[in-house]
Design a protein around this ligand. Structure first.
Ligand code: G
Ligand code: MN
Length: 354
C-alpha cells in the first residue's frame, strides 16, 4: 500500500535545512513499528523541492510536482536517501516513464523472453549451470539485451518472471525423467536491488519453488556486491534465510562494488562471479591479471566457488584454468540462447568452444 504525504516547511534559511529535515524524517522509518504484536516495516521515499527555486519562481502545484519527481527518483535508486529536486530529474523521469510504458506493453505482447547461458566446469568442460537472462524481442529493433536499457531496470520485475519461468521449465524437465540432457543443472537468476528490498521476496521465492516443484538446491540467486552492501546487516539476515531454505547464493559482478572483506566473510554465499570487466583483458593487462588472480585465491581461501564471466577467448580460458578457477561463463562456451537450444546443449558431454 502506498500513501502520499505532503509536508510544507518554512521559513528555511537554506536548501540544506530542508535536506536535514528530510533526513530526520527518514530516520523515523528506519526501525520497524510494532502493531498488534506484528513487526511492520514502512519505507519512505522523500523528495524535496524548494521555493524560490534556483531556476526561478514556481507555483505550488509545480512545486509539489517537483517534490514528487524527486521522490520518484529516490524510489528508483538503490539507497533511499532524501533528494533535492534538480532539473535533471525531470528529464530522467520522463525517459524512465517512457521506458516503463514500453516495457509494460512488451510484457503484454509477450515480447520478453528468457534465454539461458551455459556455465561450464573448468576441468571437465561440462555444463553445470545456466544463467537465465531476460531478452526483449522488440518487433522492430530486434533482440535487446537488458544492459542497453541501463543497469537498474535490467534486474527489475522481469527477473522475477524469469525466476518463475526458469524454475517451471527445470522442474518440467526433471519430471520428464531420463530424457536426453535431463541432468540437473543449477539455474542462476539475477536479483535486482528493488527485489532485494522487497519484504515479500523470501515468501515469493519459496512460493515459486513450491508451485514448480523445483528443488531449492537447483536455484542460484545472483546478487551484486552493491545490493548486499547497501544494508549489510539486513542482507545477512535475508541471505541466511535463503541459505537455510537450501537455495544457492552467489555474488555477481564481483570486484566492481565497494565490498568490504569483513562483510564478505559473513555473507553466507556459495560463489563469487568475477566481473567481465576484469576478464576482458586478463591476458594482456597486468592489473586485470593480478585482480583476477587475487579474487580466485580469496574465493578459494573462503571456501567459495569462483566463476569467471565474459570468457571469450581460449587464452582467457587457459589463464583461468591454470589458476584453478572453478567455472567459466562467456561467449566462448555459448551465448544466451532460447530454452530449447539450451536444453539441447545439456545433452553434450563437453561444450565445444566457439
Ligand atoms: O551482470 P551479469 O553477470 O548478470 O551480466 C550478464 C550479461 O553479460 C548478459 O547480458 C550476457 O549476455 C552478457 N555476457 C555473457 N557472456 C558474455 C561474454 O562473453 N562477453 C560479453 N561481452 N558479454 C557477455
Ligand atoms: Mn548474473
Amino acid at each position: 500500500m502506498r500513501t502520499r504525504f505532503e509536508l510544507c516547511a518554512w521559513p528555511l534559511a537554506r536548501a540544506g535545512d530542508a535536506l536535514a529535515l528530510g533526513n530526520t524524517l527518514q530516520e523515523l522509518f528506519a526501525s520497524p513499528l510494532m502493531i498488534a504484536g506484528h513487526e511492520v516495516r514502512i519505507t519512505a521515499q522523500i523528495g524535496i523541492a524548494t521555493v524560490p527555486s534556483p531556476t526561478g519562481a514556481v507555483d505550488s502545484a509545480a512545486l509539489l510536482e517537483r517534490a514528487e519527481t524527486a521522490a520518484y527518483c529516490v524510489a528508483h535508486q538503490g539507497d533511499q536517501v532524501p533528494q533535492l529536486y534538480t532539473e535533471y530529474m525531470s528529464r530522467w523521469t520522463s525517459q524512465r516513464r517512457k521506458l516503463e510504458q514500453s516495457l509494460h506493453e512488451a510484457v503484454e505482447n509477450g515480447e520478453l523472453v528468457v534465454h539461458y547461458q551455459p556455465r561450464v566446469q573448468t576441468v571437465s568442460r561440462k555444463i553445470v549451470g545456466m544463467e537465465a537472462l531476460v531478452r526483449w524481442a522488440h518487433p522492430t529493433l530486434g533482440m535487446i539485451p537488458p544492459r542497453s536499457s541501463s543497469r537498474s531496470p535490467r534486474r527489475t520485475a522481469s527477473s522475477c518472471r524469469s525466476a518463475s519461468s526458469s524454475c517451471a521449465r527445470r522442474a518440467a524437465r526433471r519430471r520428464r525423467g531420463s530424457t536426453r540432457g535431463s541432468r540437473a543443472v543449477r539455474i542462476g537468476v539475477n536479483v535486482s536491488a528493488v527485489q532485494f528490498r522487497d519484504p515479500h521476496l523470501f515468501d515469493s521465492i519459496c512460493g515459486i519453488l513450491r508451485e514448480t516443484g523445483l528443488p531449492a538446491g537447483q536455484l542460484e540467486l545472483e546478487l551484486t556486491e552493491s545490493i548486499l552492501m547497501r544494508d549489510p546487516k539486513n542482507a545477512i539476515a535475508l541471505l541466511t534465510r535463503l541459505k537455510e531454505a537450501g537455495i544457492h547464493l552467489s555474488i555477481d559482478d564481483f570486484g566492481t562494488g565497494y565490498s568490504s572483506l569483513s562483510y564478505l566473510k559473513r555473507f553466507p554465499v556459495d560463489a563469487l562471479k568475477i566481473d567481465q570487466s576484469f576478464i576482458r583483458q586478463v591476458t594482456n593487462n597486468p592489473e586485470d591479471a593480478a585482480i583476477t588472480t587475487a579474487i580466485i585465491v580469496l574465493g578459494h581461501s573462503l571456501a567459495l566457488n569462483v566463476i569467471a564471466e565474459g570468457v571469450e577467448t581460449e587464452s582467457q580460458f587457459d589463464f583461468l584454468r591454470v589458476l584453478d578457477c572453478n567455472e567459466v561463463q562467456g561467449f566462448l562456451f555459448g551465448r544466451p540462447v532460447p530454452a530449447e537450444q539450451a536444453e539441447a546443449l545439456l545433452g553434450l558431454e563437453r561444450v565445444a568452444l566457439a
